[in-house]
Design a binder for this molecule. Sequence first.
Ligand code: NAP
Length: 295
Amino acid sequence: MAARIIDGKQIAADIREELKSEVSALKEKGIVPGLGVILVGEDPASKSYVSAKEKACGDIGIFSDDNRLPAETTQEELLELVGKMNRDPKINGILVQLPLPKHIDESAVLLAIDPDKDVDGFHPMNVGKMMVGEKAFLPCTPHGVVQLLKRSGVETSGAHVVVIGRSNIVGKPVANMLLQKKEGANATVTLCHTGTKNLAHFTKQADIIIAASGWPNTVTADMVKEGAVVIDVGVNRIEDTTRERGFRLVGDVDFEGIKEKASLITPVPGGVGPMTITMLLFNTVESAKRANGID
Ligand code: NAP
């Protein structure tokens, strides 16, 4: 069987169009969703992520308050800026780009963000609410995965989902979201990690595999059941001398081998990646609605 490719770019574009209409409807009510963006230092990857986020905001009509701070910024200065954004009614979401320089305690900064403006969904208050199934800002990449499944018509209820990876930003939250007793979830979830003995034993039983290990070829075709759905969260650089930049991006699964066996699969790039920023925009619009009593 040749798999249908899940077009993350198209699904992300569809959601952004929906958000753009919502933002213009909000503007008619005098509400302009605002995202406060903070980047500390000169890390090239972080700079390009932040630029992409700012551009995406502009494209759908979200106001972005961009703050690029020098690497020597102190924790106190950063906390002061977060506090100012917490109090600013024009700011509905606060994004502190990670990683932060070593002298700054990341968790202290994330804890300082008002949970009602925590559009990354990393504040323990939102993590806890998500865990118990209450309304919360959901972290962007796992929420993007859930949306990809939903919008590709994949039935998760009763399905066996095997998640590979237990990070706080991908593995644990995606597993948690999919086991909730809710529409678009209600799956039987197995969460695998480096302590898992015989990963293939679990992946072979999976109706849906979500790979977030951070290593190419963690899942190969022999580890996948015929007709399974494979969502590849991974983004890895591998050397490629045929490319001018000397590398190419691959995911955590062997795409070429698995696409002959799976029923649906996400490519890298162009699968989960475009969904992450899109769900950040979604959370920012949600936050603006909540702040104005619109639900
Ligand atoms: P991470 O913090 O490095 O966590 C990786 C997890 O995978 C860990 O829990 C690790 O287990 C587990 N793992 C590693 N190798 C494994 C193996 N062979 N078998 C089973 N489990 C294994 O990574 P992350 O931040 O979650 O990111 C995962 C991948 O997603 C990376 O490639 C990253 O670049 C990508 N990513 C993409 C997006 C996007 O927007 N597309 C966003 C975030 C992350 P232990 O806990 O036992 O160490």
